[in-house]
Write a protein that binds this ligand. Sequence first.
Ligand code: PLP
Length: 394
Amino acid sequence: MLETAKRMRQLGTETAFDVLARAQELSTQGRDIINLGIGQPDFKTAEHIVEAAVKAFRDGHHGYTPAPGIISLRKSISEDIFRHRGVDVDPERIVVVPGGKVTMFFAILMFGEEGSEILYPNPGFPIYESVIKFTGAKAVPIKLFENEGFSFDVGSVLEKITKRTKLLIINSPANPTGGAVPKSYIDQLVEALVNDYPWVTVLSDEIYSRITYDDHQHVSLLSYPELEGRVILLDGFSKTHAMTGWRLGYAVWPESLVNGAIRLAINCHSCVNAATQFAGIAALNGPQNSVANMVSEFDRRRKLIVEGLNKLPGFRCITPSGAFYAFPNITATGISSKNLQDRLLEEAGVATIAGTSFGVLGEGYLRFSYASSAENIVAALARTLNLLETRKHT
Ligand code: PLP
């Protein structure tokens, strides 16, 4: 057995990829699997975006680009941030990276070390906790409350902050809950950070900011001038533009951190694939109807799945305000999250993700991604009902 650095033992994973692999294995064996596990839009990338990449390849964009990204993409991102968040950002503060995850990795590496503490949402995207522990920092969970629409409660965030807290991770709208933090809570949090905790930097993961429903208005942490110099904005193209496989994301870094981020990029991946960056420009500057159509289709499915989940015995599901996940409470079924995930996949052919894949506070919940057709959703709900009823009678 080769002995790697101790930190390798701290590295977690994203079990959604394990479920995906198992679902694919079962499919290859001829089983009919409905996949509500994976967190990616079931839409194709819009044609004009694909064409821009093809053109870039044909035009000979085959070499390295500047590490933080080609300037025309960074300018387009800056304009897009102004359009959607009303904030003027110097393109020099923008670093283009291969996917949203890379910003997360860099930000946590910058602040995480033995003796430091990083606050992160739990249940939350599993990579936060994994990378925090990898750096040797203490991972301090922020509890999200179902009866608050899976928002945090401001008081319970603030009471976790100590002199050792270096970074606070916020994700709204959120994976896995679909919850979105109300503006009044963000206002209160910002006020406290400014007045009482000036040493804390915020990583705001806003990758689902364009996927919101009803009257929820996305509030960006970047739009608070009083937090200037302390917010790292994480966003990307994976979800909004249905580009998960392209690997394209970006961050706005505070001026004092941007050179560190570029250095990490140079040490890690040099730059993002050149043609993909041209696709990114087309995604931001081209027609937006594919985004609008996708979100309205998600909205239709959201209503369908929430209604269906609430009819299942032992299930209780609040209506999510954003992203494309429903996160029902399943405690009344008497089955643990992981057990129900496994039984649904193996016995009913429905892939979902156990709440515990998103942290210990996810016990009692199951994540259903509704990035799948309405027909699949209806069939998956029927299969789940069948499994629960059969269990009652056996
Ligand atoms: N942040 C959150 C909250 C996510 O759910 C995801 C992906 O599921 C990411 C970041 C990473 O996105 P990407 O695929 O662009 O790396």
